[in-house]
Design a protein around this ligand. Sequence first.
Ligand code: VGL
Ligand code: ZN
Length: 217
Amino acid sequence: MPANRPAGAAPPGPETALIVVDVQAGFLPGGSLPVPQGDAVVPVINALARRYVNVVLTQDWHAPGHLSFASAHPEWAPFETIDLPYGPQVLWPDHCVMGTADAAFAPGLDIPHAQAIVRKGYRREVDSYSGFLEADRTTRTGLDGYLASRGIREVHLCGLATDFCVAWTALDARRFGLAAAVIEDACRGIDLDGSLARAWAEMAAAGVRRISAAAIA
Ligand code: VGL
Ligand code: ZN
């Protein structure tokens, strides 16, 4: 009997999917946009994923010169926020450029039974923190249709970063009518100007549950 699991908790069934958000080299220490302790989620997620029949990975996958990169706006510096046609955009260091080692999944991420990989942010003009909807809030990645086709009604989320891509994906899951829970100890945040507390508050208001890995049977 594995330790640390609540007695009586049922394992996630065929109508639940684990979404592993952006566990990529670029977001680990040594990457281009390191999330503090980002590497700590890898063993937690490897073990967690084994509990799920259904696993989907997202992958931040930017065109070179992406408009979310500060380098595309010579007057601005990384971590400043500018207005783009679709709304405010935090400017990031160049990261997760498609096809580069920085965009590859984290070394050591071991989820052979993952069924789908959703790439996002590949259009140069539009960012996509969410695995469902680009930052224009209109263009779909196809993930909503994929999950619906497979009869999935609930998603559990983990990965990087809690306050950006995990939170946006969880909020959009709710928009598409899915039950959603974020597995807090399988995530790490960036926390830019209070973004982490804000993200948890928005998720709570939207009905996203906040759970720990030990709660998954
Ligand atoms: C992310 C900032 C920029 C994330 C991706 O995965 O949370 N954050 N691109
Ligand atoms: Zn990005």
